[in-house]
Design a protein around this ligand. Structure first.
Ligand SMILES: NC(=O)c1ccc[n+]([C@@H]2O[C@H](COP(=O)([O-])OP(=O)(O)OC[C@H]3O[C@@H](n4cnc5c(N)ncnc54)[C@H](OP(=O)(O)O)[C@@H]3O)[C@@H](O)[C@H]2O)c1
Length: 164
């Protein structure tokens, strides 16, 4: 299994405010949809709530300390990151082997040391954020891909892979 983060950060690592995204840039949203389509996604309960509803064609593993249950076949609640990773491992025979951690800050932080790849959209602006992506030692990763988007604000999509 390959464990990947996918995240959009501002110039100060901000990722959210009031349990919402800082900004929704259509090109970045499209990139998120295309990258996670048909994949298993792991997320914290707050990020799941912020989605409003499950995203079609993806399997949602939601981490919570509450004893939550889902009636939906594509949503599973688990009580820890370890349990989330085990649940994903048990599903990878039926799903693609790359599993996406889609946030939020708590789950990014707890899973960073186990992450093989980071798909990061770096937004060239600073927002009044209340939630932040953890500091990454980028020396542990190779930059495999970078695409600059001349949107407003500008952003660049970057793919980092952990060095062997
Ligand atoms: N820019 C981006 O790419 C991006 C991506 C995702 C999210 N976001 C933003 O990030 C913010 C949400 O992030 P967040 O850090 O506040 O919340 P989060 O990580 O999405 O969820 C936190 C919740 O996860 C559960 N949890 C965390 N650690 C756990 C553990 N070890 N064991 C069991 N349960 C655990 C708890 O749920 P319970 O309270 O139910 O126990 C906790 O309240 C929002 O603003 C969102 O829009 C941004």
């Amino acid at each position: 299994m390959i464990l990947s983060h996918i995240v959009a950060i501002d110039q100060k690592n901000g990722i959210g405010k009031n349990n919402n995204l800082l900004i929704s840039i259509p090109e970045d949203m499209k990139h998120f949809r295309e990258t996670t389509k048909g994949k298993i996604m792991i997320m914290g309960r707050k990020t799941y709530d912020s989605l409003g509803k499950p995203l079609p064609g993806r399997y949602h593993i939601v981490i919570s300390r509450q004893p939550l249950k889902s009636e939906l076949p594509i949503v599973k609640y688990v009580s820890s990151l370890d349990e989330a990773i085990k649940a994903a491992q048990s599903l990878v025979s039926e799903w693609p082997k790359e599993v996406f951690i889609i946030g939020g800050a708590e789950i990014y932080k707890q899973s960073l040391s186990q992450t093989d790849r980071i798909y990061v959209s770096k937004i060239e602006k600073t927002f009044d954020a209340d939630t932040f992506y953890p500091d990454v030692n980028w020396n542990e990763f190779d930059l495999e891909k970078k695409i600059q988007y001349e949107t407003s604000p500008r952003f660049s999509f970057q793919l980092y892979c952990r060095k062997n």
